[in-house]
Ligand binder design. Structure first.
Ligand SMILES: [Fe+2]
Length: 232
């Protein structure tokens, strides 16, 4: 399994406050069957998560050596979850924030309750820079009311990520309904944990649920999407 959206990297956002917690979250990923995990710290001005790539990389390198020391067998890749606004483009350009691992894919999120930024404009700006945006937990944006909008987002060149918790109903029936509708319509590219220490990792349950509902091939496509591992 490949998990492209996690807050396992310690110290840098609200994901994990200490090393032991991060190691525990990572160990859980191994037990679930994750072979490649992307550590995607928030970059979000409103909540003061402003750790730069350079800072994250230092934490990542020391975390990685700790993981190796403890023989935890998983491949780790560094990225970001970027809260999109007009400054994101400049920050991507000067590598304050980065794409996922060696790929050209950029994980972006928006406000969940009110429309602050235009999705279309964000997709256009990021693709113009030569990157492919992945919209994080798309089922959570309450103001996307028209199902056709998801299709337009895909047509514009964005990819779609859905949270495992939403699929199993841990975030309420409305989010589950949206998530399943998106899968059924073939619009989802990645299902991820978005794990923080204060949340539960539902990747295994979600994987089994998708197999039951949509079949093994679909589950593989969504939980083991190899395109993210391609070099830029
Ligand atoms: Fe996240």
């Amino acid at each position: 399994m490949i998990d492209i959206h996690t807050h396992i990297l310690p110290f840098v956002d609200d994901g994990s406050e200490d090393l032991e917690t991060s190691l525990k979250l990572l160990q859980e990923e191994v037990e679930i069957g994750v072979t490649d995990v992307f550590l995607t710290p928030h970059y979000m001005k409103s909540r003061n998560y402003l750790s730069t790539y350079e800072e994250n990389k230092k934490v990542f390198d020391s975390f990685k050596s700790e993981v190796e020391k403890r023989d935890i067998s998983i491949r780790m890749h560094l990225g970001n979850e970027i809260y999109y606004n007009f400054t994101s483009i400049e920050k991507l350009r000067n590598r304050t924030v980065v794409p996922l691992g060696q790929s050209k894919m950029v994980l972006i999120e928006f406000s969940t309750d009110e429309e602050e930024e235009d999705f279309g404009e964000a997709i256009h700006n990021i693709t113009s820079l030569g990157f492919t945006p992945i919209i994080a937990h798309i089922e959570r944006y309450q103001y996307v009311k028209n199902f056709n909008d998801y299709k337009i987002i895909k047509k514009m060149g964005a990819l779609i990520q859905v949270n495992a918790a939403s699929i199993v109903g841990a975030r309420g029936s409305q989010l589950k309904k949206t998530a399943l509708k998106l899968i059924k319509a073939g619009l989802v590219d990645f299902i991820s944990s978005d794990i923080h220490a204060f949340r539960t990792n539902y990747m295994k349950e979600a994987y089994q649920f998708v197999i039951k509902k949509f079949g093994k091939a679909m589950a593989e496509q969504l939980f083991n999407n190899l395109m993210i591992l391609k070099q830029a």
